[in-house]
Design a binder for this molecule. Structure first.
Ligand code: BTN
Length: 326
């Protein structure tokens, strides 16, 4: 009911009469009034005017299940939201939900993570109230060897969402760091459960440094936040909605062929490493070269210094810029 009231207030152009709310929701005026009071307690500013009704005035940066679901314009991505004020990790929550049968597109979102996970077993610092810490659960009919490309799909969606909501141009450091002015603003971690030939489910965790005001000295040169880049606080629920909308579109283009061939131009157009000198940290064979772009399987093509083209599979090795983080 709260989600419905919120959605109606958001969609209304100005005031929405109590009568209309009651009629469309088939509840009493008192029931509507109670929900309005609850929303106000959560931080929404709602003006109530006799004979006109209710009007949602100020949209604060509130995260809740009702806030997220009431603004979601997608068909399936993020339609079912699991919201946590605090949890260990949204990836872990999404995996728990997957095991319990949660549907394709379920989105776990937290205001704070106590044990945020990064790639290669690292921690992901996830302070309260200032970040987007979320994980989407998907159940694609794909071979397990294709799953790593879903991380690239998510990176495209994040770059799109950031452009739409914050007006910022971001780029992608292969395979899946979203960077602004050469600094990382978002990290993505994909985990999955598979059988021999098929995927049970994939969980793609997305961490966006949204309204973080400062970073520790050690990472100041390589970490960015949307707030530090624009000087403005982003309303996180809007950005989450925009990322989910973009994700849905890229995901269906990806699933048409089960690879990145339909998204090559989009991805390579945003590739931050493109034409850069990179060092490929392959434990068996470290080498340097120039990054050219990705191939249809999402591998990074690198022209080695002795003129060969080699393809780097994500997850296997790490690629570093020789003259900086990108
Ligand atoms: C990286 O190392 O770059 C990946 C970071 C991924 C962080 C996100 S935050 C939401 C989700 N939950 C986690 O525990 N990790 C991912």
């Amino acid at each position: 009911m709260k989600t419905k009231v919120l959605r109606m207030l958001k969609e209304a152009d100005g005031y929405l009469s109590g009568q209309e709310l009651c009629g469309r929701l088939h509840v009493s005026r008192t029931a509507v009034w109670k929900v309005v009071k609850q929303l106000e307690e959560e931080g929404y500013e709602i003006e109530a005017v006799r004979n006109r009704g209710y009007c949602l005035k100020r949209a604060a940066d509130i995260l809740s299940r009702a806030e997220l679901e009431s603004g979601m314009q997608t068909e399936w991505a993020g339609r079912n939201v699991l919201y946590f004020d605090e949890t260990d990790s949204t990836n872990t929550e999404a995996k728990r939900a997957a095991e319990a049968g949660a549907p394709h597109g379920t989105l776990a979102v937290a205001d704070y993570q106590t044990m945020g996970k990064g790639r290669r077993g690292r921690n992901w610092t996830s302070p309260r109230g200032v970040g987007i810490w979320m994980s989407i659960l998907i159940r694609p009919a794909l071979h397990p060897s294709c799953a790593s490309m879903l991380t690239l799909v998510a990176a495209l969606a994040v770059a799109d969402g950031i452009k739409r909501i914050c007006g910022l141009d971001s780029r992608i450091k292969w395979p899946n760091d979203v960077v602004i002015n050469g600094k990382k603003v978002c990290g993505i971690l994909t985990e999955m459960s598979t059988e021999l030939e098929c995927i049970n489910y994939v969980v793609t965790g997305i961490g966006i440094n949204a309204n973080i005001e400062s970073f520790p000295e050690e990472i100041r040169d390589v970490a960015a936040s949307l707030y530090l880049e624009t000087g403005k606080r982003v309303k996180r629920s809007r950005l989450i909605g925009a990322v989910m909308e973009a994700y849905e579109g890229y995901y269906s283009r990806f699933m048409e062929r089960g690879d990145m061939s339909g998204l090559l131009d989009a991805y390579n157009g945003l590739l931050a490493n493109r034409d850069n000198a990179v060092r490929v940290l392959d434990p068996e064979d470290e080498y340097t070269g120039t990054a050219l772009g990705i191939d249809p399987m999402g591998r990074l093509l690198v022209r080695t210094d002795d003129g060969f083209i080699r393809s780097v599979l994500s997850g296997e090795v790490s690629v570093r810029g020789i003259y900086g983080y990108v």
